[in-house]
Design a protein around this ligand. Sequence first.
Ligand SMILES: C[S@@+](CC[C@H](N)C(=O)[O-])C[C@H]1O[C@@H](n2cnc3c(N)ncnc32)[C@H](O)[C@@H]1O
Length: 201
Amino acid sequence: MLSDRDFFVVEPSEGELLNSLFEDEHPLYLEIGSGKGEFISRYPISHPDWNFIGLEMSEKRIRNCLKKLSVELNPNVRLARKFVDAGISQLFRPSSISGVFIQHPDPWPKRKHHRRRLFRQDFLNSLAQILIPGAQVQISTDHNEYASWIVEEFLQNPHYTSMQDDPIQLHPNLDEHIVTWFEEEQRRLGYHPHFMLYERI
Ligand SMILES: C[S@@+](CC[C@H](N)C(=O)[O-])C[C@H]1O[C@@H](n2cnc3c(N)ncnc32)[C@H](O)[C@@H]1O
């Protein structure tokens, strides 16, 4: 019998594209860094005609996500254990992704670690290749300095435009926002997320 892990988790081999994980042709959305799985288990339920892949590098976190997923409620979800970086364009067909969600990417606060940050030009260029024009990239972080860094990186990149009057918003109108475990923890400590929304031009 197929286990939940067999159903949800894919371990792509080198060069394998993840577009064909689903049998239907529904729009494909990504979450990067699914953590304990609040977003990937809940948001797709209200979007049954979209497919979602959670890209998460940690095996422990993949197991956390699996505890929240069920084949009955989440048939449109898959998880891939992957470290995401500028190689993301090797995982999907060009212009095939309808949107990306990233909540609380690791901020790597020390200056000597800034080169490990996800939001850098090489990643944004690579992501641009796989996004459909009009696809949105939704980001939240409670880290002030990383939020400003992210805005600056997007500003320097020709492939995106901010969808907000102020590129960083503290109280955006995100009716469907899912509060993740990390967000809840940080709010308890007095930190509030900054929200950013970009569109692939
Ligand atoms: C701070 S946690 C946030 C988790 C979740 N999004 C939340 O808001 O609760 C960052 C998560 O992203 C994962 N992660 C960090 N860098 C990653 C990368 N480059 N590729 C894939 N996953 C990554 C970590 O394993 C961790 O689960």
